[in-house]
Design a protein around this ligand. Structure first.
Ligand SMILES: O=P(O)(O)OC[C@H]1O[C@H](OP(=O)(O)OP(=O)(O)O)[C@H](O)[C@@H]1O
Ligand SMILES: NC(=O)CC[C@H](N)C(=O)O
Ligand SMILES: [Mg+2]
Length: 485
């Protein structure tokens, strides 16, 4: 998961893009980039790290133009911390295209071979986004037979791109001198939402972003989610056109967005992330009630931040007091999306502190949104014990993560997953907990999609079922030996 945004206005967009990226920071902390278009000229700034530290005033001043896009990266392919792979990616023909991407392509080996040997394109990094922009450029070039640019040519190019590319991609591109093109993969695995605001003389301004909270904060009206397989083109004068470009589009959004990635105040594919987390708590409470001796538990406690809504609901439904015993240092970022296990482990201790008054002699039921590598939960259980807890029951609002995630979340190897090849009591021992209770897969799906038009979710890291054909056992073995660390 990365965060992406694109804006078309009649006023300078640099500050708006920057503000939007700050709001998407929870989706990626590795590097960031902004590009603006001033007529036919692109201005580009990219840097490692978080938005607040990455741009200086002089960088912002150089980002001139009324159309722009931005990215916050959480590396899933290529190398984390590599400035060369910070997005956006640029190609100079046709016209000049610059692109940002949230997702992860799963047929990168084939695409690399084809682009190099058949299309004769140069690739300078191992980033899958560089492949995506080159496929787009190649397909668009093929559509431009003499006539001037028209949105339909871009849509035909996206139709061919859908045929060539596999995996997840929500992407935004600027085409120099023409406009902004946004598109989403045929399963809509990663999110992308379209908004508009009208301001007197300024006229219509358009925004495309990963999450709806960006639209809300900027005073934009939500137009709609971009449909799976759909492409939207917004010309520099503000005229918007769209087309379905996939043969068999089917909405199967990523379940992990609702479990952990997205901000709770966003609405994705018509589902409020906050409400989904409350419902996950409701269902988890039912499961807990069937397993644990309730009389035994004194308090329910969340692990800040992401598990709070679920923990609140667990406490309410079980009729047990909700207490906050872990205090979080707000200046440390999200640990899960940090590169490298050593850094993640160190950060948990820096991030959370247990207040012994809340633990001494008590039986604690801890709720987290998910247990992935077990980095957080192991430390937490140990901290709870050191703070004097009597018995520690650990619960997860998501099911055990047993399989690699190949669609834009960096958990590519089975060995690093604490639940891989372990039964639940074995995981409990590994984490040091007295009891361990997970959400059931069917409950997770039902809790998230309840009351919406979404009929199924991408849940491969819980089930091992991958929606795109290119994810074979051989592919997974290859990914394991080439992971982004
Ligand atoms: O089992 P693990 O590999 O440790 O991963 C799971 C943990 O990581 C995330 O927290 P994070 O600190 O990233 O962010 P948060 O503040 O949003 O909860 C998530 O909420 C879990 O607590
Ligand atoms: N998390 C993402 O969406 C990552 C995008 C892209 N695969 C990269 O690694 O840069
Ligand atoms: Mg957490």
């Amino acid at each position: 998961m990365c965060g992406i945004v694109g804006i078309v206005s009649s006023l300078p967009v640099n500050q708006q893009v920057y503000d939007s990226l700050s709001l998407l920071q929870h989706r990626g902390q590795d590097s960031t980039g902004i590009a603006t278009a001033e007529g036919d000229t692109f201005h580009i700034q990219k840097a490692k790290g978080q938005v607040r530290e990455a741009y200086r005033t002089r960088d912002m001043r150089s980002l001139l133009g009324t159309m722009g896009l931005g990215h916050v990266r959480y590396a899933t392919k290529g190398t984390a911390g590599n400035e060369q792979e910070a997005q956006p990616f640029y190609v100079n023909a046709p016209y000049g295209i610059i692109l940002v991407h949230n997702g992860n392509l799963t047929n990168t080996r084939e695409l690399t071979q084809e682009l190099f040997h058949v299309d004769r394109r140069h690739l300078n990094t191992t980033s899958d986004t560089e492949l995506l922009v080159n496929v787009l450029a190649n397909e668009l070039q093929d559509q431009l037979t003499g006539s001037d640019f028209a949105p339909d040519q871009a849509f035909d190019a996206i139709a061919s791109l859908h045929e060539r590319v596999e995996g997840s991609y929500a992407a935004i591109a600027l085409i120099a001198g023409h406009g902004l093109l946004a598109f989403r993969d045929p399963f809509g695995i990663r999110p992308l939402i379209l908004g508009r605001r009208s301001q007197g003389l300024v006229g219509d301004e358009w925004i495309v972003a990963s999450e709806s909270l960006v639209l809300e904060a900027g005073g934009y009206d939500v137009v709609r989610d971009i449909a799976p397989g759909e492409a939207v083109f917004i010309a520099m004068d503000g005229e918007m056109t769209s087309r379905q470009c996939a043969k068999n589009p089917r909405l199967i959004p990523c379940s992990f967005e609702y479990v952990y990635l997205a901000r709770p105040d966003s609405i994705m594919n018509g589902i409020s992330v906050y409400d989904a987390r409350l419902r996950l708590g409701d269902r988890l409470a039912d499961t807990i009630a069937t397993y644990a001796p309730m009389g035994d538990i004194d308090v329910v406690m969340p692990i800040p931040d992401s598990s709070r809504p679920a923990a609140m609901q667990v406490a309410r439904k079980l009729g047990i007091e909700y207490r906050e015993g872990f205090y979080k240092n707000r200046y440390v970022g999200r640990t899960f999306i940090m590169p490298g296990q050593a850094e993640r482990k160190k950060s948990v201790k820096q991030k959370l502190n247990a207040m012994s008054s809340e633990f001494k002699g008590k039986n604690i039921l801890i709720v987290d949104d998910s247990i992935v590598r077990g980095t957080t939960s192991k430390e937490i259980v140990q901290m709870a014990r050191e703070a004097g807890a009597n018995k520690v029951t650990f619960t997860s609002a998501a099911p055990p993560v047993r399989y690699p995630h190949v669609y834009g979340i960096n958990m590519p190897t089975r060995q690093e997953l604490v639940a891989h090849n372990r039964k639940i009591p074995e995981i409990a021992t590994e984490l040091g907990a007295d009891h361990l209770i997970y959400q059931e897969v069917a409950d997770m799906e039902a809790a998230i999609i309840e009351g919406s038009d979404v009929t199924s979710l991408e849940m491969s890291c819980f089930t091992g079922d991958y929606v795109t054909g290119s994810v074979t056992p051989e592919y997974l073995a290859w990914v394991e030996s080439n992971q982004a660390s």
